[in-house]
Design a protein around this ligand. Structure first.
Ligand SMILES: [Zn+2]
Length: 374
């Protein structure tokens, strides 16, 4: 029996109705333009629809477990094509301007990440583009026809970032798509998409989501605690991906303690350091102590990488505030700082006295940063 069941898409009831009805009646169009803010479900809906069409289950589709579904989820289905904008690096292009093998591998990895979490907002280190080679590869696959029985499905994310060259390579396919082809284009800004593309697609508008839908998804999808006090502040943006990004940015207690502790250490102000040690010790919570030191360690690494040009893609999360490592220009003291964090984490796990751990740590860090024993 044909029946569309949504695996990823949350909310967006009207969109679900329109697509499910067309799916059941086998009356889907050749090309759709899903228009809505990233993180509201455009990519999730496209993924569900693609998977449903390639699913082999006799029950409701997509089942999520059959060979067809698994190949879509693993981005290894020969008839499922995804194109999305990327930050192209030097090593992704050869001297002839064509995409290198390293480039294609990188694209594949990025697409897999996007599929693994269709709500996650992609982050770019440089202005992202859709390489024309990629569009050509896909149009070639469409003209060749399907490899397996079923449809050829092309999903293009953020189609507005296509250059004219890429758009032109795409247009011919849009004008006369082969019978067994479905194109799903996603965009945040429909006005930035070439009118010749828009006019050839059925436009579906994704609305912003109600806060309760965003909240429910943050809890089930990302494991955010139901009573997390930061939830109320982020769910009003109407986008699951947007709210999740805000939440990750919102400072937690251990972030604040880590930043405060580090400021006093880097300022070399021993009185402030002891005040912080008193404050932190008073919490009596080993989990927070541990995440404080993990946060410090990440911050030290990120701050150091931040000083190295073109290391952007290795940085996850933020560095520590206020030029945390000013005066340090070689990796060795940074390694020492990190080692001290690791030692402290080990001691916390062994439930040693937190005041002693902090005093010891502070002394060592002061010596590394300011070159003197306290
Ligand atoms: Zn399936």
């Amino acid at each position: 029996m044909k029946q569309l069941q949504w695996k990823q898409l949350a909310g967006q009831e009207r969109i679900k109705e329109v697509l499910a009805s067309a799916f059941v009646k086998e009356k889907l169009g050749h090309a759709y333009l899903f228009c809505g803010e990233t993180g509201t479900g455009t990519f999730a809906a496209a993924l569900d629809l693609a998977m449903a069409l390639l699913c082999r289950s006799e029950e409701a589709q997509p089942c999520g477990v059959c060979d067809g579904c698994r190949k879509v989820l693993g981005f290894s289905h020969p008839d499922f094509h995804v194109v999305m904008p990327l930050s192209l690096q030097k090593e992704h292009k050869g001297s002839d301007g064509r995409i290198t093998e390293e480039g294609w591998n990188e694209f594949g990895e990025r697409v897999k990440e996007r599929i693994a979490d269709p709500y996650l907002l992609p982050e770019f280190t440089t202005l992202p583009t859709i390489p024309v080679d990629w569009i050509r590869e896909v149009t070639h696959a469409i003209r060749r026809g399907t490899v397996e029985k079923g449809k050829n499905i092309v999903l293009i994310d953020r189609v507005e970032s296509m250059h004219k060259e890429s758009a032109n390579a795409m247009l011919k396919t849009l004008e006369e798509p082969p019978e067994d082809t479905l194109l799903i284009l996603c965009t945040e800004r429909v006005h930035a998409v070439l009118p010749t593309i828009v006019s050839r697609c059925q436009l579906l508008r994704f609305g912003v989501l109600p806060p309760e839908t965003v909240k429910a998804e943050l809890i089930t999808r990302y494991g955010v605690a139901e009573d997390d006090s930061r939830l109320a502040g982020v769910t009003h943006c109407g986008s699951i991906g947007g709210a999740w990004r805000e939440l990750r940015k919102a400072q937690s207690d251990d972030d604040r303690y880590a930043a405060g502790f580090w400021s006093s250490l880097s300022a070399g102000d021993m009185q402030a350091v002891f005040a912080k040690i008193d404050e932190i010790s008073a919490m009596g919570d080993f989990e927070t102590y541990e995440s404080l030191f993990i946060r410090l360690m990440q911050g030290i690494r990120n701050s150091f990488l931040g000083m190295v040009p073109s290391s952007g893609k290795y940085i996850s999360g933020d560095g520590l505030p206020e030029n945390a490592l000013s005066g340090i220009s070689s990796p060795r003291p940074v390694e020492e700082l990190v080692r001290n964090c690791e030692t402290a984490i080990g001691q916390i796990r062994a439930r040693a006295n937190i005041s002693l751990i902090l005093i010891n740590f502070a002394n060592n860090i002061m010596e590394i940063l300011h070159g003197k024993k306290q």
